[in-house]
Design a protein around this ligand. Structure first.
Ligand code: B12
Length: 303
């Protein structure tokens, strides 16, 4: 089916940085899957373009030595992250796709934005999170049922997974690793996946421990895995004394391993929470995590 998210040869050429003639040639040779409109024009599904780009990028990367790849990766990251693309204006379109369960369209919308050079953090902050907040607000006011909220959340997870599959990632051998999870008693899963994806897009290898991870247990994982960064999400607020005490013990372990701690989510948003749970970064959004992770990466490459 030709959907409105499908791309023209011209758009694909712009995204891949090649001529329109090359795109048409690859399509005609069957290298890049294409659909045909009734009028005979080629159209491309974003996920096909993403996987074409990913495969060809990977093939390019294997031609070079590790050192050359390292430089290429740094260059690619700095181009991707330092360029300031036009502001991503949030609208209701993703919200509608999520509540109506249009998985393919929701996935294509996110992949399209990624192919247009927006970062995972930008897409999450400007498009996905506002849509989810609207779902929450309507659930709160009784305009959406619990089932409708669950359904929309499920669709968001599918779209996020599709975006993950479309990422162009070159993972370096020596690898930087991260752990992502949510705080104990917090069953909001999406922020953990987004944080993981932000890091994966930069080539980090991420262990997603999942929801409701107690600090004492997270400390054991950090001790064993010694990740470069530990990302903890808290969408709801738990300022219990026990959480505070366990966090202090956890922080002592993290200090020994030299990992950085990033805390994000409404639960860590207040001044009170930030004092109680000190961290290397208290992130207000995913773009901040992106920039922070890039700083860690830059110092890693230099040092
Ligand atoms: C989906 C959802 C659920 C699902 C989660 C399912 C799943 N598999 O994930 C379920 C059904 C489990 C659920 C349960 C509950 N939920 Co709920 N939920 C939501 C909803 C609709 C979306 C959550 C989400 O994914 N948001 C997307 C996130 C990423 O966006 P964000 O929170 O705005 O985050 C921004 C920043 O804070 C930052 N950020 C956030 N996290 C992180 C993490 C890192 C590492 C970084 C760097 C940045 C970062 O980036 C974003 C900006 O772009 C929200 C609505 C909302 N406002 O978010 C309600 C919401 C969070 N839920 C709410 C409530 C009340 C509950 C329940 C208590 C309901 C109940 N009575 O049972 C339970 C609590 C369960 C628990 N103990 O965790 C309230 C919280 C109110 C409050 N002030 O605490 C909200 C706000 C809904 C509302 N409007 O009232 N929920």
């Amino acid at each position: 089916m030709i959907g409105r998210n499908n791309l023209t040869s011209k758009e694909v050429a712009r995204l891949l940085g090649v001529s329109e003639a090359s795109v048409k040639r690859w399509a005609d040779k069957g290298l890049l899957p294409a659909l045909k409109t009734v009028g005979g024009h080629r159209r491309f599904r974003p996920e096909d373009v993403a996987s074409f780009r990913r495969e060809n990028f990977a093939r390019e990367a294997t031609k070079h030595s590790d050192a050359e790849n390292e430089i290429a990766i740094s260059k690619r990251l700095s181009v991707q992250y330092s360029a300031s693309p036009p502001d991503l204006v949030s609208d209701d379109s993703l919200f509608t796709l999520l509540v109506e369960g249009y998985k393919e369209e929701a996935s294509a919308r996110m992949i399209n934005l990624y192919l247009s050079q927006y970062t995972v953090g930008q897409i999450a902050d400007a498009v996905l999170c506002p849509a989810m907040r609207k779902v929450g607000d309507l659930w709160h006011s009784g305009e959406l049922s619990v089932a409708e909220e669950h359904f929309a959340t499920r669709t968001a997870h599918v779209a996020l997974q599709a975006l993950k599959d479309a990422l162009v990632v070159v993972r370096e051998e020596r690898g930087r690793s991260a752990i992502c999870c949510s705080m104990e008693n917090d069953y909001h899963e999406l922020p953990i996946h987004v944080a993981a994806l932000v890091l994966e897009a930069q080539g980090w290898s991420v262990i997603n421990i999942g929801m409701s991870t107690p600090f004492y247990s997270l400390a054991e994982a950090v001790e064993t895995l010694k990740p470069g960064v530990v990302c903890i999400a808290s969408t709801i607020i738990d300022h219990s004394d026990r959480a505070g005490r366990e966090y202090a013990d956890f922080s002592a372990v993290v200090k020994r391993t030299g990992s950085a701690i990033v805390l994000g989510g409404a639960g860590f948003g207040s001044e009170h929470a930030r004092q109680k749970f000190p961290a290397d970064l208290h992130a207000d959004n995913f773009r901040q995590l992106e920039e922070f992770a890039l700083t860690l990466y830059a110092s890693d490459v230099r040092g």
